[in-house]
Design a protein around this ligand. Structure first.
Ligand code: AGP
Length: 610
């Protein structure tokens, strides 16, 4: 949720830290701070509430000096958004700490440390890390040893970086539950919670594993596993684009990412989809052999990724003859569930670091699933490393908090998975070739759909002063309606609910009036007639409707119903195509309302805490 950057160098690191924070701001943006240590052991700190820019404006880069430094952008969990609660946190003006995650036993630690004479200056759980390490330094001269001893007392999740004023030549870092990546430079080394922060200074990375503690100096990186054994971790050359964090001429990251969808979907299909089907082992080495025995699929995810899973269920059961359950990760992880024989556990995640999804995967390993597959956008993320099989969505860095291209590439993955599992479970040749041909047409169809922007901008004007809205869909478009409602809520703060339209008369119809716009997703499929009856139900109650309908579908607009034509597409890809206008609608409504599109209030891009 929060962002961490750190550096140990010969040069002044303040600009590297600020640039890193700016690149990570999408992960958390309540407040930001930096602590710098000069070679002579002078420790300074600057913190500000608000965006990273507030911090950058407050720092004079000529005067702020430090060859070792740590920095943080915060998404508040424990303690309000105040300067005192912003990181780095100090203990005795000697130990400086930044931290992502939650120390769950912080109350007990805080009571113990208070008894030992420590004074707390913040309401955060993080400050207990600083004081615990300071206390441990009473029995050792080594910051590394002090951190190794201290982490044994922490329950919960942490990615933490620690500096000691007494030794400016190093930082010590520890990872458990919150990712950390070491960036290797020439005569200088770095640490961050996401490689994106360090791309301006290096492309060589070491992803720390669970329980790792590492000591980083200018010339050396020493890593120790959870048992304290020295270990070597693989160095990975990153191919993430350096400018992945740029807006590329668009006003917002979200708009850029919406418009990238034809390209990233094309990339996702490349070398995976052939003229007649799929290449071998598209879902990871050995996947095809595992798929031969799969009889049931359990999907677990959160938010938008959960909606991708909901859509996949329609496809897997309709085309691949494989039974499928889908559950929100935070529910799955805390209830007793029954594992069907030959069940494949699938997690879906843009970030690969969502705490609930990760916990669900770890639980599933104990429950006896035959294998786990993750559909993920971030190589080297925790879900990728801990799953038996990993499929990368290739959406590229997604910076906008509202997920867009990650979703459509997840759906693309699921259509390919439908082919892979269907092959083992009696999928008809007709269905297989219709999915293959639909997938081939998908990038062009997405391009065509993006061209309907103008109509949607006009619609957004009518929509922006509303406080509530209802999204309706049927079949595999029901989860798309859910996703449309989520997008609108997230960035425009308009209350939006989604219903399977057959449910209307079981309650929500009572809400209909001319102040409650109803969005209908209406592709030209076998459920169209049923959907039209639902539309009539709304019309009869004086509702105002906005219908996203296939060009050829027989809808005609009037004063109560505006019809927005969507290009005709083949049935299997319709949920992906209809996602686009709903993304655009929420974007333009948010634009009119003047909300912070890329960093909406109270949210963070990657939810690494419960
Ligand atoms: C989507 O727009 C969200 N911001 C959010 O629901 C997100 O999809 C969810 O937190 C899951 O994240 P993940 O895909 O990184 O696991």
């Amino acid at each position: 949720m929060c962002g961490i950057v750190g550096a140990v160098a010969e040069r002044n690191v303040v600009e590297i830290l600020l640039e890193g924070l700016q690149r990570l701001e999408y992960r958390g943006y309540d407040s930001a701070g930096v602590a710098l240590l000069t070679r002579d052991g002078e420790l300074t700190r600057m913190r500000r509430t608000g965006k990273v820019k507030e911090l950058a404006d407050a720092i004079s880069t000529e005067e702020a000096l430090g060859s070792t430094g740590i920095a943080h952008t915060r998404w508040a969990t424990h303690g309000g958004v105040t300067e005192a609660n912003a990181h780095p946190h100090f203990s005795s003006d000697r130990i400086a700490v930044v931290h992502n995650g939650i120390i769950e036993n912080y109350e007990t630690l805080r009571a113990d440390l208070t008894e030992k004479g420590y004074t707390f200056t913040s309401d955060t759980d993080t400050e207990t890390i600083a004081h615990t390490i300071n206390e441990a330094m009473k029995t050792t001269d080594s910051l590394l040893t002090a951190v190794q001893e201290s982490v044994k007392t922490f329950h919960g999740a942490y990615g933490t970086v620690i500096m000691d004023k007494a030794d400016p030549s190093r930082v010590v870092v520890a990872r458990s539950g919150s990712p950390l990546v070491i960036g290797l430079g020439l005569g200088e080394n770095f640490i961050a919670s996401d490689q994106l922060a360090l791309l301006p200074v290096t492309r060589r990375f070491i992803f720390l594993e669970e329980g790792d503690v590492a000591e980083i100096t200018r010339r050396k990186v020493s890593i120790f596993d959870k048992d304290g054994n020295a270990v070597t971790r693989e160095i990975i050359e990153s191919n993430v684009e350096h400018d992945a964090g740029d807006k590329g001429g668009y006003r917002h990251y979200m708009l850029k990412e919406i418009h990238e969808q034809p390209v990233v979907v094309r990339n996702a299909l490349q070398h995976r989809l052939t003229d007649t089907g799929l290449a071998a082992d598209v879902f990871g080495k050995g996947a095809d052999a595992i798929f031969e025995n799969v009889k049931h699929v359990q999907i677990v995810a959160c938010g938008t990724s959960y909606h991708a899973g909901m859509t996949a269920r329609y496809w897997l059961e309709q085309y691949a003859n494989v039974s499928c359950n889908v559950e929100i990760a935070s529910e799955f992880r805390y209830r007793k569930s029954v594992v069907y024989p030959n069940s494949l556990l699938i997690t879906i995640s843009q970030s690969g670091e969502t705490a609930d999804t990760l916990a669900a995967l770890r639980l599933a390993k104990e429950l006896g699933y035959m294998a786990s597959l993750t559909i993920c956008n971030v190589p080297g993320s925790s879900l990728v490393r801990e799953s038996d099989l990993a499929y990368m969505t290739r959406a590229g860095a997604e910076i906008g908090v509202a997920s867009t291209k990650a979703f459509t590439t997840q759906l693309t993955a699921f259509l390919m998975l439908t082919l892979a599992l269907g092959k083992q479970n009696g999928m008809s040749d007709e269905d297989a070739s219709s999915i293959v041909s639909a997938l081939h047409s998908l990038p062009a169809k997405l391009e065509e759909t993006l061209a309907i922007t103008q109509g949607i901008e006009d619609l957004a004007e009518e929509f922006a002063d509303k406080n509530h809205s209802l999204f309706l869909g049927r079949g595999d478009q029901y989860p798309i309606a859910m996703e449309g409602a989520l997008k609108l809520k997230e960035i425009s703060y308009i209350h939006a609910e989604a219903y399977a339209s057959g449910e209307l008369k079981h309650g929500p119809l009572a809400l209909i009036d001319d102040e409650m716009p109803v969005i209908v997703v209406a592709p030209n499929n076998e459920l169209l007639e049923k959907l039209k009856s639902n539309v009539e139900e709304v019309r009869a109650r004086g509702g105002i409707m906005y219908v996203f309908a296939d060009k050829k579908a027989p809808f005609s607009g009037d004063s109560t119903m505006r019809v927005i034509s969507v290009p005709t597409c083949e049935a299997p890809i319709a949920p992906i195509v209809y996602t686009i206008p709903l993304q655009l609608l929420s974007y333009y409504v948010a634009l009119i309302k003047g909300t912070d599109v890329d960093q909406p209030r109270n949210l963070a891009k990657s939810v690494t805490v419960e």
